[in-house]
Design a protein around this ligand. Structure first.
Ligand code: 5GP
Length: 183
């Protein structure tokens, strides 16, 4: 376990199993269709890569990058930093997110992507922290529900670090005030 963590919340084996199940569900639900997985950068990267490998359908990948977080806190204002490359009109779109917390990011994504007239639009999140919800967004696919703890790993960062950990863990208090440099 990384020295900055107090506990591992979801192990690598649990992640593998949970992501495989999500991929199988999506493959069943969209049988015969082409799906467009829209990953929300950067947190989606490890999850999306593993999920896509478990989807046995023709699959398109596209990405958006949004800003709303700084350190451990949402700024509440969502902005698009990077937009989709391709049109999603008439496509079966699944937004792939690392974690839904307040729900504000997903509420914004749904509103924004709906205006592009997809055939269908759903949310797939690896983690769901329902205790802090401000916007009630419909989540079709959830990997794991977690308690109200700030987690890192498997794509999730704190000030840019820890995304490469192959498990989900809870940061120690002492690591929270750490640095975000490349030292
Ligand atoms: P929401 O708009 O639902 O409050 O926040 C969604 C985004 O907040 C996620 O994509 C993620 O970047 C960030 N976030 C929320 N909770 C956590 C957490 O526990 N750990 C990390 N690393 N990021 C989080």
């Amino acid at each position: 376990m990384h020295k900055d963590l107090q506990e591992i919340l979801i192990s690598q084996a649990q992640l593998d199993e949970g992501v495989k199940k999500l991929g199988e569900r999506i493959s069943r639900d969209y049988a015969g269709r082409t799906v467009t997985l829209v990953g929300v950068l950067k947190g989606c990267v490890l999850f999306l890569a593993d999920l896509a490998k478990n989807v046995s359908l023709d699959t398109r990948l596209d990405f958006m990058m949004l800003s709303s977080y700084s350190g451990q806190h949402s700024t509440g204002v969502v902005r698009i930093l990077l937009d989709l490359k391709e049109s999603i009109e008439d496509c079966d779109v699944i937004i792939v997110e690392d974690i839904v917390d307040s729900g504000l990011t997903m509420e914004y994504m749904l509103q924004n992507l709906k205006t592009r007239r997809p055939r269908s639009l759903e949310i797939c999140t690896l983690l769901d922290k329902p205790s802090r919800r401000k916007a009630q967004v419909p989540i079709k696919y959830t990997g794991f529900q977690i308690p109200d703890k700030f987690v890192v790993g498997y794509g999730l960062d704190y000030n840019g670090i820890y995304r490469n950990l192959p498990y989900i863990g809870v940061l120690k208090e002492s690591a929270v005030e750490g640095n975000n440099t490349c030292r």
